[in-house]
Design a protein around this ligand. Structure first.
Ligand code: NAD
Length: 401
């Protein structure tokens, strides 16, 4: 079939391009290889939420930067004749193929990471591989979770807490400025959001793996969070998602204690990462305009990083540098240090304050966020022939013009 263009509604892309994704994934691998090996890196890495964004970058960095065996978990929609699958479905296949070709051990389990069955499958897989994980990365984003304890299905509601919010947003595809409003969450919606995106499932993963004795001595556990600038506090940090992230960070400190006191003498951290365009962040109301300004400013200052560069810095400068891992007062790794630099934020705020439809393209990196959004779905990838036939069932033949 021919998939010549993206199908986008409200910053959500409904289709994907198998060849574009394959080419983009290989470029990420090449970038990691160009940056050279990361000394003292992990040897066996589990990534929950492995197929796109920060999780995929973590897996690629671990495999191709550290020569680690990787086990990935993600939920995907399979491609079938006549219908393309989810981007992660193609990424998982392309990753496994590339890793195997490079002689790296790899296994991807496409199952619901929230379920205890999946956790058991991962334990069984590690035992079968005769390996113990020395790094566990939790990078799962989902709108819905069934709690295995009470059987209740909880939902993430992206809402403000206390007061409603109204601001501006930009459509990633058309570049049009629009209004963005966020209603006030009910108590149930706050609870539901924390149940889905807080730390409960991460803690369940870590105790499960620890009890099953599949964590290596000194094992490290990581999850990702976001804080962001002053202006986005009502939509992010003080909103329902922020309540969930605060819970994730608190849970991170508890997991850290549990691992330190356990036989493996491990450690856990939450890493606060930079705002980037991924499938998850594209859905965050009101963040796209900020990201467009941020990218322009950070690119002009030579500070811009994508998911790959962020994770590379995380591994090289924080986790595997040797010596204590640098953290803030709340045991968090701050990869958002460049984003939140005063000169960066002052310039972003100056631009946000004077943006109009007429000067938007000049003050903000609309082309950059649009490209990243499309590329996350396999579109706008240089060299790909979008008029050529592709196999939606995943036998990716790389059609490069
Ligand atoms: P993403 O949407 O690109 O990735 C989410 C992953 O979770 C995908 O691999 C998806 O398949 C997987 N997933 C979804 N439901 C699942 C389930 N039930 N079981 C297993 N896997 C499932 O998201 P991302 O932006 O890379 O976010 C990853 C983490 O990084 C999140 O914790 C996010 O808050 C954090 N973060 C993101 C940003 C950003 O701007 N994108 C910034 C800072 C921190």
């Amino acid at each position: 079939m021919i998939v010549d263009s993206p199908l986008v509604r409200n910053n959500i892309c409904l289709n994907a391009h198998p060849v574009g994704l394959d080419v983009a994934l290989h470029r990420q691998i090449e970038d990691v290889l160009k940056r050279g090996p990361i000394p003292h890196g992990p040897k066996t890495v589990l990534v929950v939420g492995c197929s796109t964004g920060y999780g995929l970058a973590s897996r690629i960095t671990a495999a191709f930067g550290c020569q680690a065996a990787t086990l990935g978990v993600s939920v995907e929609r399979a491609g079938s004749s006549g219908r393309v699958g989810s981007p992660g479905w193609y990424n998982n296949r392309a990753f496994d193929k590339a890793a195997r070709q490079a002689g790296l051990s790899t296994l991807t389990i496409e199952q619901n990471g929230f379920s205890d069955d999946t956790k058991e499958q991962v334990v069984a897989a590690l035992r079968q591989m005769g390996r113990k994980a020395d790094l566990v990365v939790y990078s799962l984003v989902s709108p819905i979770r069934t709690d295995p304890v009470d059987g209740v299905e909880y939902r993430l509601a992206l809402k403000a807490v206390g007061d409603s919010y109204s601001g501006s947003t930009v459509d990633m595809m058309t570049g049009q400025l629009g209004a963005c409003t966020m209603g006030v969450a009910t108590q149930d919606e706050i609870v539901g959001s924390v149940k889905v995106m807080g730390g409960e499932d991460w803690a369940r993963w870590m105790s499960h793996l620890l009890k099953a004795d599949v964590l290596a001595p000194g094992c490290r556990a990581l999850a990702y969070s976001y804080i962001g600038p002053e202006f986005s506090q009502p939509i992010y940090r003080q909103g329902t998602i922020g309540h969930a992230k605060a819970h994730l960070e608190k849970t991170g400190r508890e997991i850290d204690q549990m691992l330190q006191e356990s036989g493996v003498k491990g450690r856990a951290w939450v890493s606060v990462n930079k705002a980037l365009v991924t499938r998850a962040s594209a859905m965050m109301p009101g963040i796209s305009l900020y990201m467009a300004c941020l990218f322009r400013v950070m690119k002009d200052k030579g500070l811009h990083e994508g998911c790959g560069e962020q994770i590379e810095r995380l591994f090289r400068e924080f986790l595997y540098k040797g010596g204590p891992v640098p953290v803030d007062g709340e045991n968090r790794i701050r990869l958002d240090d460049w984003e939140l630099r005063k000169d960066v934020q002052d310039e972003v705020n100056r631009r946000l304050a004077k943006i109009t439809p007429d000067n938007l393209a000049e003050l903000a990196d609309l082309a950059g966020i649009r490209h990243d959004f499309l590329e996350a779905h396999g579109f706008d990838v240089v060299g790909v022939d979008y008029t050529a036939d592709v196999d939606p069932e995943g036998n990716v033949g790389r059609t490069i013009r």
